[in-house]
Design a protein around this ligand. Sequence first.
Ligand code: IPM
Ligand code: MG
Length: 361
Amino acid sequence: MEFNIAVIPGDGIGPEIVREAQKVLDQVGKKFGHTFHYTEVLMGGVSIDKTGVPLTEEALATAKASDAVLLGAVGGVVGKDSWYELPPNLRPEAGLLAIRKGLGLFANLRPAYLYKELKDACPLKEEIIGEDGFDMIIVRELTGGLYFGEHKTVNENGLETAYDELKYDESEIERIARKGFEIAMKRRKNVISVGKANVLDSSRLWNKVVARVAKEYPEVTLTEMLVDNCAMQLVKNPSQFDVILTENMFGDILSDEASMVTGSIGMLSSASLGEGKFGLYEPSHGAAPDIAGQNIANPIATILSAAMMLRYSCDLDQEADAVEAAVNKVLEEGFRTVDIMADGMDQVSCSEMGDLISKRI
Ligand code: IPM
Ligand code: MG
């Protein structure tokens, strides 16, 4: 089969890690008889430098016309990169928000699980990790809430005053809830819905709508959890989580925490989906400008994101399995990038890691 993939290398380590994911995709193509056509799309700081804006209409249209989007990361350092002297709506991150919204990608799936080979990198105590480790997926709402409400800074009573609006309507909650339950049906049938219902109206509406949707999935156990408690439970008893269903901002925060308890944020993929097969695939981590250009970044999160792309947007389950198996194999054989390096292992660069994984497809 043939697929048109929009590739957004972005900033920082983005270009290095995306290159390795493409290497792996090309190997999948060779092995299984598919062709991936890539169109490079500008977004983030590089787009600001070339066009003055973080995402042009043309770039968005190119992404829209593709079968899927593969993204590295965007952003730089506040106080160092001149992009941050621009108004907030023209900074690199605004490109990311604009593409999510522009492509209707309301569901962000962020799996976080403990690789048995990387148990040593997990910062939690052995007795907390337990025998079986943990395996959860965060289903984060991605196009609503605080991120997309009205933002303004005004003068009130002589004081500079900032507003950020947090708004959800029931249709936005319903569609993400349905995604969460659908995913739970394919896993351990357990949804923990996270909010701040003891304080926020938006969380109370969230719970009401989620409970309504839950009736369509009688096999799935639904529990409500407050976000502060969830932050604690993630480090106290991570194996209780199967699907965490939550709104945009809480999902942003909890997914960083969940990824770190797995040992390395450099390992975790993500998929952002809308109603159909189309999706945007990116590592859960950021652009890491401090290590950019040194060929030491861990490309595995991006490679696993490409595997998610094969599964969700291309319907190529077997090929996705092959990529995931190749990653496991390389880890079993003891190869590590510096972020997950441990005693007795072989340290490899970003591009070497990509080569090793490709060769095992
Ligand atoms: C993420 C990132 C983004 C977000 C930033 C870069 C805007 O932290 O994808 O989690 O907050 O969604
Ligand atoms: Mg984040």
